[in-house]
Design a protein around this ligand. Structure first.
Ligand code: UTP
Length: 275
């Protein structure tokens, strides 16, 4: 049973400067809802009501978002605007939010390790909320992965096919296909060139991780950029057959990039907000 979900939200979000100079990237709204709230709603739908946020300096707006705002509540109580607060009230009612600060942004692997005291010795989900995943009318991507975890009981990474010209932005997997959309990972390469990439299946921001990942990260040396990469730690789990790659059902928008963010905004406006 997966109860906890980790949200590393400490990154600088440099691709969105100057918007992210004093505002967290994860608070950028896709139409009227911040990215991190989409992620938290997805985790809660998957049964992971315990949300562990790895934050950093300048990220207090995220913690405030998942707390009551007394003045605002008082001001709009009973007015026609009250329904606009419904979705966040639901999230606050259902979720438990814990936070820890990452003091130095030493990479995603380091952020995961920073979250260890909030997670403890149990398997957990992880959402990178700058990847917006939508599966309208079906189970969320994390819920699909939680179901798969019941079957395999090991780490799971969400993957999708990406075109050659974009592959160098991702961690890429190769392995043995077990059935359609499900591969036992043998090899992972972080940010390969199109020529070096072992496949076109790229890891996106949804994971289920078994807790041995913490010890593995602790023993992993910083990678090429000086950052501690999660991919290097996952490769070690994969060496003993402990990682499944899952081609999820639904759409994913790379909201960490401006074009992906605009695409997500148009999609949500046309298919969710306006109807
Ligand atoms: P990214 O590399 O996409 O985020 O990290 P970034 O560094 O904030 O963005 P750019 O490239 O400068 O525009 C993926 C996720 O990991 C988190 C980020 O917040 C993001 O959600 N992260 C990354 C951390 O929490 N800590 C880190 O040290 C690095």
């Amino acid at each position: 049973m997966l109860r906890k979900c980790l949200f590393p939200v400490a990154g600088y979000g440099t691709r969105f400067l100057p918007a992210t100079k004093s505002m967290p990237k994860e608070m950028l709204p896709v139409v009227n809802k911040p990215l991190v709230q989409y992620g938290v709603e997805e985790a809660i739908e998957a049964g992971m009501t315990n949300c562990a946020l790895v934050t950093g300096r300048g990220k207090r707006a995220i913690a405030d978002h998942f707390d009551i705002s007394y003045e605002l509540e008082h001001q709009i109580a009973g007015s026609s605007k009250e329904p606009l607060l419904e979705s966040i009230r639901d999230v606050i009612d259902q979720g438990i939010f814990t936070m820890v600060r990452q003091r130095e942004m030493l990479g995603l692997g380091h952020a995961v390790l920073t979250g260890e005291p909030l997670i403890g010795p149990e398997p957990f989900g992880m959402v990178l909320s700058d990847d917006l995943c939508l599966n309208t009318g079906g189970p969320s991507v994390l819920a699909q992965m939680a179901r798969l975890f019941d079957e395999f009981g090991c780490s799971i990474v969400a993957v999708q096919e990406v075109p050659d010209e974009e592959i160098h932005n991702y961690g890429v997997i190769a392995g043995k296909q077990l059935r359609e959309g499900i591969t036992r990972v043998e090899r992972m390469v972080e940010k390969p060139s199109a020529a070096e990439a072992p496949s076109n299946l790229a890891i996106i921001g949804r994971y289920i991780l078994t807790p041995d990942i913490f010890d593995v990260i602790r023993g992993t040396a910083p990678g090429a950029s000086g950052e501690i990469q999660i991919t290097d730690a996952l490769q070690q789990q994969a060496n003993t057959g402990g990682v499944i790659a899952y081609q999820f059902k639904g759409r994913r928008f790379d909201c960490g990039s401006v074009p992906g963010f605009v695409e997500a905004t148009n999609h949500v406006y046309e298919t969710i907000y306006r109807p």
